[in-house]
Design a protein around this ligand. Structure first.
Ligand code: 1HN
Length: 351
């Protein structure tokens, strides 16, 4: 396809523009919208209802076998601002994945990093490089870049969870690689405690000396599962420590480095007590949020979404957002903030 042919009323300038277009060149002086005073954001504020996601995922579970298309039964959240792309934000994929009892999704690995967050249910396992990680409500499970991963559900109930990947960002960088696993067979092991947690989940601030040196080069957390019981206890203690506080936020961190769990995605959990509003905030970079518990309203830019547990909400870059909790609200969020921070592009304002 040719590049845009600019027009001029002066004949010799028009001739120049024709010659430029033939050479795939564009005159900057005719271009507008390249440098905006503030980010020109295509990603739109949006909410996917948890009830609807659950119903449509269950219908997919009845109709669609798991081996059709990518070996995963996944409904991608497609942001209406992104021209039909199956992306929740310009940098992040978000989706729900559904597994029937006794189903398995075979191993593969890819450069885009992924995480799973469970909004409801339990009884499925994700194996990360062969390590079986149980999944239950409120748990965060990591599948860092290029780790083999597979899922299976030995339970009696179907299971659904949210997937978030940095796929659009890795695709924009032309760095997507994908490989099938060494076997077609799903590994159906179900250890009660993963090896990752045996080594790194022993207790607050306790790191195994034997493994400390080994993780130095890894860009992601060696702890691959963050359990709801721990997150819940930490949130409660933070709020108990300050009787005037009406909200608090925890960041999921790499116990080895203290940094984010993965180099491209930041994970946090915010609790807003019933009858309160969080402070309004805005920052560069986009967020995918999921309501774990409670209900209320999330204001994003000029839009207000009534939310309840199970809902997924997108907060685009540089949009002011605020939470109103009608019932105590726990909001899990994933953002691309580590990337913006490491590139010197992170900005934040408290309104
Ligand atoms: C993927 O590997 C999974 O392994 C889920 O569960 C969703 C979306 C895009 C690309 C890879 C999974 C995915 C995905």
């Amino acid at each position: 396809m040719g590049t845009e042919r600019f027009t001029s009323e002066e004949d010799d300038v028009q001739t120049l523009y024709n010659d430029l277009a033939d050479e795939h060149l564009q005159p900057l002086w005719e271009l507008t919208g390249l440098l905006t005073h503030e980010p020109a954001v295509s990603t739109q504020p949006f909410r996917w209802s948890g009830r609807t996601l659950k119903k449509l995922a269950a219908r997919s579970g009845e109709l669609i076998p798991i081996d059709r298309g990518g070996d995963r039964r996944v409904l991608a959240c497609a942001n209406p601002g992104l021209q039909g792309a199956p992306f929740a934000t310009s940098t992040m994929w978000a989706a729900v994945q559904f597994l029937n009892p006794s189903e398995g999704a075979p191993p593969h690995r890819h450069t885009p990093a992924a995480l799973r967050f469970v909004l409801e249910g339990e009884g499925a396992w994700t194996l990360v490089d062969g390590d079986p990680l149980h999944m239950a409500t409120g748990d965060l499970v990591l599948t860092p870049s290029m780790t083999f991963h597979e899922h299976h559900n030995p339970g009696a109930q179907p299971m659904m969870w949210m997937d978030v990947l940095d796929l659009p960002m890795v695709a924009a960088l032309d760095a997507v690689f994908f490989e099938e696993g060494p076997t077609e067979q799903v590994d159906t092991r179900t250890d009660p405690l993963s090896s990752s947690e045996q080594h790194w989940g022993g207790g607050p601030g306790l790191s195994p000396v034997r493994h400390l040196g080994k993780n130095a080069a890894a860009p992601h957390s060696p702890l691959l599962a963050y359990r709801w019981a721990d997150t819940d206890r930490a949130l409660s203690r933070l709020l108990d420590s300050d009787s005037s506080a009406s909200e608090t936020t925890l960041r999921f961190t790499n116990p080895f480095s203290g940094g984010d769990v993965m180099p491209t995605m930041r994970c946090q959990m915010q609790r807003v007590l019933a009858g309160n509003q969080s402070a309004p905030r805005r920052q560069t970079g986009s967020q995918v949020c999921a309501v774990l518990h409670g209900n209320g309203v999330i204001h994003v830019g000029n839009t207000s979404f009534p939310v309840e547990s199970g809902d997924i909400v997108v907060i685009p870059s540089w949009h002011t957002w605020q939470i109103r909790a009608d019932a105590e609200l726990d909001l899990f969020s994933v953002s691309d903030a580590p990337v913006l921070e490491s590139l010197g592009l992170y900005r934040e304002t408290a309104e």
